[in-house]
Design a protein around this ligand. Structure first.
Ligand code: SF4
Length: 302
C-alpha cells in the first residue's frame, strides 16, 4: 500500500509537489494499492486514475453547499454504524478502512464502524421489513475473511433477511486479495463494485470478477460522475462495454454527493443529462446505468 506522496511520485517518476501535499489533508490521507498505481499512465499528470486518489491542494478551497455529511447519514442512524434510510434495506458500516482513499468519497469525513454488534442484530431482528442488508464502510472486503464470514453467517440466520449486498472497491483496487478468498454465504450475495473508468479494468480485475461469478455472486457496478475523470460519454460507453465483458451489469451512475473537499469533481445535472443522452443513443438499454442523484435524502432518477 502506498501512503506517501514521496513514494507515489517515485513510483510514477512524476513531480507532484505543485498539486498535492500530504500534510494538508491529513484527516483523509493518500492511500492507494500498488496494483491500482500500476494502471496509472505516468506520462499524464491528469490521468483519470491518478486524479481519483491524489490529495490535491484544491481540496482545501471552500465551496458553498459542500459539507462533511452530504447525505445526512447521522440523522438516519438509529444504532451507531447502522443506517436505515430506505424501505426494506439497512446499511451497515462494517469497516473503516479502504483499499483506496477516493478523494470524492462522500464518507471521507465520517469514518466509523460498528462497535456494538448485539444492538445491530437486535435492530434487524426486530424489523421484519428488512430483507436486504448492505455491508459497506469503508470497505467490507478489507476485513479479515473470518470476521466477515461471522457477520454474514449471523445475518443469514435472521429469517427475514433474504440477501446480503456488499459494496466494495477491492476487486478493482486489490484484485489479488479476492483470488485468495471466498465470500459465500448461506443466503444470496450481491456484490456492488465501484469502478469509474475503463482503465481501472485490467486482466487481473477480470480474473478476480470471473472467480467471484464462479461463486454464484451477482455483480453490479456503481460509478460516480467525476469532472476530469469520466465526464465524457465515450469513456462511460467504453466502461459499460468493458464491465459487461467481465460479467458485470452497470447499475448506477451517481451525481457527486456534495462532500467537503470534492467540489472540483462536481458535474452539474444539465451536463450530466447531456452525457447520459449520448450514452442512451449508443448503448443497448441494459448497458446504460441509472443516472441518480440524492435529493433531500431520497435517491432520485434523473
Ligand atoms: S473505496 Fe468507497 S468507501 Fe472507500 S474511499 Fe473509495 S468511495 Fe469511499
Amino acid at each position: 500500500m502506498i501512503t506517501s506522496l514521496k513514494k507515489l511520485a517515485q513510483k510514477l517518476h512524476l513531480n507532484l509537489s505543485e498539486f498535492a501535499a500530504d500534510d494538508l489533508v491529513s484527516d483523509f490521507p493518500l492511500q492507494v494499492s500498488e496494483s491500482f498505481v500500476a494502471r496509472i499512465d505516468p506520462s499524464n499528470i491528469n490521468d483519470p486514475l491518478l486524479l481519483q486518489i491524489l490529495p490535491q491542494k484544491i481540496e482545501l478551497q471552500k465551496a458553498p453547499g459542500f459539507n462533511t455529511d452530504p447525505l445526512s447519514e447521522k440523522k438516519y442512524s438509529p444504532v451507531a454504524g447502522l443506517i436505515h434510510k430506505y424501505y426494506g434495506r439497512v446499511l451497515l458500516l462494517v469497516a473503516d478502512s479502504c483499499a483506496l482513499n477516493c478523494r470524492f468519497c462522500f464518507r471521507r469525513h465520517l469514518r466509523e464502524k460498528i462497535t456494538d454488534w448485539q444492538k445491530v442484530f437486535s435492530y434487524i431482528k426486530n424489523n421484519p421489513t428488512i430483507n436486504e442488508v448492505i455491508l459497506s464502510g469503508g470497505d467490507p472486503l478489507m476485513l479479515p475473511p473470518k470476521e466477515l464470514k461471522k457477520i454474514m453467517d449471523q445475518l443469514a440466520a435472521i429469517p427475514h433477511v433474504k440477501r446480503i449486498r456488499i459494496h466494495s472497491r477491492v476487486p478493482i483496487a486489490i484484485p489479488k486479495l479476492i483470488t485468495a478468498r471466498s465470500i459465500q454465504a448461506k443466503i444470496p450475495v450481491v456484490l456492488m463494485i465501484h469502478c469509474n473508468h475503463p482503465n481501472e479494468i485490467n486482466d487481473e480485475v477480470v480474473e478476480c470478477l470471473t472467480l467471484l461469478q464462479k461463486q454464484n455472486i451477482v455483480i453490479f457496478n456503481q460509478a460516480v460522475l467525476l469532472k476530469g475523470v469520466n465526464d465524457d460519454s465515450e469513456v462511460l460507453i467504453t466502461l459499460s462495454e468493458k464491465l459487461f465483458s467481465a460479467g458485470v451489469i452497470p447499475c448506477y451512475l451517481h451525481i457527486l454527493d456534495k462532500v467537503k473537499g470534492a467540489a472540483h469533481f462536481y458535474v452539474n445535472i444539465e451536463k450530466a443529462k447531456k452525457i447520459y443522452l449520448k450514452m442512451q443513443k449508443k448503448l443497448s438499454g441494459y448497458l446504460v446505468p441509472k443516472l441518480v442523484v440524492e435529493v433531500k435524502n431520497k435517491k432520485k432518477y434523473v
